[in-house]
Structures are given as C-alpha cells and as structure tokens.
Design a protein around this ligand. Structure first.
Ligand code: BF8
Length: 641
C-alpha cells in the first residue's frame, strides 16, 4: 500500500513533496521527532507537573488516586495556573523584547547613529507622537522620532503611570480594566511581577494568578507588540497593499537563494537592500547564478512581504523543508520560532546557516552579529557567504516544488480606513454599515502558528473558508495568513469562489480580498486598533466586547500565542484555540478561562480541534452579539450554511 504519511502530515502539496523527500532520504524532520515523542507527557499536557522549586518536580495524579498536592501543598489549580501564567510571561517577553529593540533602532536612526535606517513614515510618526503627548510643533522629524523612541523605551521599565497605547481602547474598556485592576502599568514590570507571583510560595489563588496573567498579556498587546508594530511602521515604512507570492516554489533553481527566518525586520529589511548590491550580483553571475533571490520564512517573512512584496517561502513547519529543496545557499536567522534542528538539516545539504542575534546562537553554527550601526555592511557580508556557497550546490539534490500562489498583503489600520471609506471618506463607516445592514455577519481574526499535532495548514484553511462562506470578513497574521495565502484565499478573486454573497458584494465594491493579511504576530496589535476604531465609528456598541467579532488560533504552538490569546480575551473577544492550553488537569482553572472570564472581561476561551466546529462556535458568538446589538437578519442568508 502506498505510504500516505506526507498527506496526513500536511495539507500543502509543496510541503507534502518535501516530507516525502525527507522520508526517501531518511532525514528526520519535525513530524518524525513528534512521532518519536509519543506518547507525550500527560502531566505536562494537563498542566499538573510543577518544577518551580527543588522540593519537586511534583505531579498531581489526574485520576484522583495518587497525590493531590505538591510537596509545598500547591493544588492542581495553583500548579496549572502558575504554568499557564509563565507561558504568558514568556510570550509577552518575546514580543516585547522585539519592541524594545525596535525602539532602540528608532532612537539610533533619529540621532544619526545608524545611517542605514531613516524615519520613513512621518504620518505614522506624528500620529504615534500624538498618542504619547509629544508636542511636535517646530520640531524636526528626527527630534520627534528620538523623543518618541525614548518615551516608548521608558515604558518598559516605568514605575509610575500606565502604558500610553491603552488610551486607544474604548473608554468603557479602559474603565473596566481599571475597575478590575488589570490596566498594564509598564511592560517589564508586569512580566517580572508575574514571575514573582508564580515563584514558590507566593500567589496560590488561581484566579489572582490569571488576573496578573491578563495584565501582563495586555502589556504585550497594548504595549510591547504595539510599540514594535507602530515604530516599525515609522522606521521601515507603513505597509500598503502589495501583490506578492508564497510557498516553496518562490525559490529559484538558477539563482542564489537566501532565506531570512525569524521575527525582527530590522535585519531582513536591510538584507533586502543588500541583495540588490551590484558587486554581489556580479559575484553571483561569476559563479553561474542568474541573480540573488531573497525569500522570507515565518514572521520576518511577513514583515518584508507586506512592506516590499518579498516572497515568503512558507510558514513555521516549512523551515526544514526549505533546506530540503537543496536549493538554499544560506539561511540567516534572528530570533524566535527557529528550530534547533535546523543545523542538523543544513548539514545534510550545502546550506549555510548563520545566526545573527546575540540572543540566539546554535552550537557549531557560524555567528555574524548584526549591529544597527553597520547594518548594510553586515547584511552584505552575510549575503556574500551565500553567493560564494552557490558553487557547492549538489545539482542532483535540488528539488524545488513548483507550488506558488499569489496574494495581497499589507493591510493596516490606516489603509483599511482608506479602502473601506473610499478615496474621499477616510472612515470605518462602510464596514460598520455593512455589518449593521447584514451584508457582513461580522469579522474574525484567525492567527497563529503551525503545529505537527495537527495537519499543517488544514485547520487554518478549513476554518477561514467556513467563516468567509458565512459572510464573516477575516483578518489574519503570522503563519496562519501564509497558510491561507498558499490556498489562494488572500486574493480578491477568491471572494467569487469562497465568500458568501454579502461578503462577496463588499469585496467586489471595495476591491479587497475576503481575507485581509495585516502582518506578523506583533501586528495582532493592529487588530486591537481596528476593533477600537469600529467601536469609535458607532452603531456597534460601546466596548470591544459588544462587537460581532471573534478570534482563533487553530494550530497554535508558541507561548507567544498564549500571550496573544490572553490579551485578545482580556480585551473582550471570544477566542477559540485548536488544541487546549495545558489546563485540563484543573477543572476549576479550565472553567474559569472558558466560562467565568466572560462575565469578568467579556471575552473567554474555547478549545476545539475541529476547525469547522470551531468556526461555527465563532459564528454563533457573532450572531449572539448581533442579537444583543438588535441588528437585523443577514441580508442574503437567514440560515447559517
Ligand atoms: O510570530 S512565526 S510559528 S509564533 S505565527 Fe507562530 Fe509563526 Fe512563530 Fe508568532 Ni509568527
């Protein structure tokens, strides 16, 4: 019987081909390691293993027969809540440390200490300076940029006051956060306090732990991530809708292929410049290549995709597969979502792996440290390594899948305004009106990673198709956006094939895809602002929790996804995760985050692995919100398909 493993592992035909190749060549990849790990630790999965102190590790017997408390007396509720909270802290730390680096680069560029960057979006600069209360009159762009960078940087460690970006949330939401005591005060402080509280012998009350978890997550969404997004727009330019291509087929057989992988666009943006260097192009020609082809991977791909239309070679589970094509001369990585396995895979081919961040090194892998002061020079040096490696290609090992799809990326809070409002009316009115009139049912954010515990891309694609079929406008970020782009859903044409009649009318009238790509994972902060603008526009309630919207992360794997989920829920939005958080060992905690939080913050979690069922949970929630707002029936469909 034919081996169908590759089909079970991925929905994407390009990935299937490379999975098959790995099997044929006996190269172990992420799915093999996942299988080898079965059965996975049940205590870990349920969240009831504690290794916070050296009296442990302790684990609670989930069947109620063995120990029901740790050596210190911690219950399953305390243990599971502490573990979950630490995931939020780590996710927030990752996004926010990214934001901190961007703030530093902005300051350096403004002070002229980093000549390879300029402040590209003065509109965004003035807008954000306004939020931070900076008096811009008579000041140069650089002066404003420096002041803004310093103010943002100060928010990481500030000891008094609250984060400025929360002022963009609806008043009612701000008041609710204040009332329940989860207004984020500073970024680092919330992470530190959460680590302190979950240390041995501090906070025992699972509800109180989750409360600080929510506050920390808000410091991510309305703090660190929002700083990363907004300052990147200022520094690297605000995205505009741009056509591009996606999937492993973007790699070119006759060119030097350089893949940039990770998250921080300060490097990838400059690498894009370096790849155009005439001297390097001449060198490539000398080695017989027809050019230098730059492609992205994971969220740094999304950053250069939406700003410059640089193709994306794929999402999280394709990082090893790109190397398996045998056509990647060099993969440079910065931080986050980079599998330690890459160095072994690269050793099976001629691919050179280069690390660039002092925060992310691999044993035995070449490290070329990226420094903003010499950004372009360093980027050129890295690309030169790739070009020189072209001659080491083993022609017979090259196998690039043909799959490539077109997409439109680069929607933002600001340009969505323009698109929806038309040329002369910059407003969200038409979006709100489309929802009020029942042309659109509502909107959904479908975001997050891939995970070998679910068929790659399948959950993203199935969920999004089901949502748009039922007239729900979808916004996406991260690896989820890439999954749907590979299916062709991020094009205006897809509305004709997949969207319900109301959504199709809106897409036709405005010329947008039914699925809008709004960027990388830190850009989920754009979704928070879009929702706040919808509330401000009027007619859809007074708070984010009144809106007929929902969120989902159907194939999540990272701690960052947990932080995102919590700030979305704490902002008032119902959110479905594919596989559960590691909380099921505590019935109380599970009930708290999947039910009781709804009465406290207006948002709550659900866990549902079936993407169609999950889509219908979201649709039901959207319909309930429509009912509460006393909106009429859907214009074209009375019943859900
Ligand atoms: O940064 S790259 S795997 S964590 S979704 Fe998920 Fe993908 Fe990582 Fe979010 Ni973006």
């Amino acid at each position: 019987m034919m081996n169908k493993k590759h089909i079970k592992r991925s929905y994407d035909p390009a990935s299937q081909k490379m999975i098959k190749k790995a099997e044929a060549e006996d190269i172990k990849i992420v799915w093999d390691r996942y299988d080898a790990m079965q059965p996975q630790c049940g205590f870990g999965e349920l969240g009831i293993c504690c290794k916070i102190c050296n009296m442990g590790p302790c684990r609670i017997d989930p069947f109620g027969e063995g120990p029901q408390e740790g050596v210190c007396g911690a219950t399953k509720d305390t243990i599971a809540a502490r573990n979950l909270a630490r995931m939020i802290a780590a996710g927030t730390a990752a996004h926010s440390d990214h934001g901190r680096d961007v703030a530093n680069t902005l300051i350096m560029a403004a002070k002229g200490e980093s000549h390879d960057y300029a402040l590209k979006s003065t509109d965004k600069l003035k807008k954000v300076a306004g939020v931070y209360g900076i008096d811009t009159s008579g000041k140069s762009v650089e002066k404003i940029g420096e002041e803004l960078g310093e103010k943002c940087l100060a928010e990481f460690g500030q000891q008094r006051g609250n984060l400025r970006f929360i002022s963009l949330a609806p008043k009612k939401r701000q008041q609710l956060w204040e009332k329940i005591g989860i207004t984020p005060r500073s970024i680092d402080r919330e992470v530190v306090e959460l680590m302190h509280r979950t240390n041995m012998g501090v906070d025992n009350d699972y509800k109180n732990i989750i409360k600080q978890g929510m506050r920390t997550s808000l410091a991510d969404g309305w703090g660190g991530s929002m700083i990363a997004t907004e300052l990147q727009d200022i520094l690297l330019g605000a995205p505009e809708p741009v056509r591009a291509t996606v999937n492993l087929g973007v790699l070119k057989e006759d060119q030097v292929n350089i893949v940039v992988h990770g998250h921080e666009p300060t490097l990838s943006d400059v690498v894009r410049e370096a790849a155009k260097d005439l001297e390097l192009l001449a060198l490539a020609k000398k080695y017989g290549a027809n050019g230098i082809n730059l492609a992205g991977m994971c969220c740094t791909a999304n950053e250069i995709l939406m700003r410059h239309g640089i193709p994306s070679a794929g999402n999280f589970l394709q990082q090893e597969l790109a190397i398996l094509t045998g056509a990647v001369e060099l993969m440079m990585v910065d931080v986050q979502c980079i599998m330690p396995a890459l160095s072994n895979i690269a050793n099976c081919f001629h691919t050179k792996l280069v690390t660039t961040s002092p925060k992310c090194k691999f044993p035995g892998v070449e490290h070329i440290e990226f420094k903003e002061e010499k950004a372009l020079e360093i980027a050129k040096n890295i690309i030169r390594l790739g070009v020189e490696n072209y001659k080491n290609r083993a022609k017979k090992k090259i196998d690039i899948p043909k799959e490539v799809k077109g997409l439109i990326a680069g929607f933002t809070t600001e340009n969505a305004f323009r698109f929806l409002g038309g040329k002369y009316r910059s407003t969200y009115r038409p979006l709100n009106d489309a929802i009020i009139s029942g042309r659109l049912r509502g909107a959904a954010g479908v975001v997050g990673c891939n995970n070998p515990n679910i068929r790659q891309d399948w959950a993203h694609v199935s969920m999004v198709k089901e949502l748009i079929k039922n007239d729900v406008l979808v916004v996406q970020t991260g690896c989820s956006a890439i999954a749907c782009a590979k299916e062709g859903l991020l094009t205006p044409e897809s509305a004709f094939e997949f969207a319900g009649p109301g959504l199709r009318e809106v897409c036709e009238a405005v010329g947008i895809p039914p699925v809008l790509h709004v960027g990388s994972c830190v850009d989920n902060s754009r979704i928070l602002i879009i929702l706040s603008e919808m509330v401000k526009e009027g007619g859809l309630g007074e708070d984010l929790s009144d809106l007929p919207v929902a969120g989902a992360a159907p194939e999540w794997m990272s701690e960052k996804a947990v932080a995102i989920g919590f700030y979305v829920v704490a902002s008032g939005v119902f959110t479905v995760f594919g596989t559960p958080h590691p909380v099921l060992g505590s019935e109380n905690l599970t009930k708290y985050i999947t039910h009781e939080l709804g009465d406290i913050v207006g948002g709550k979690f659900a866990f549902e692995a079936d993407p169609i069922k999950a889509a219908h949970m979201m649709i039901r929630h959207i319909d309930l919100k429509r009912k509460a707002l006393k909106l009429g029936p859907m214009m074209h469909q009375k019943k859900i398909h």
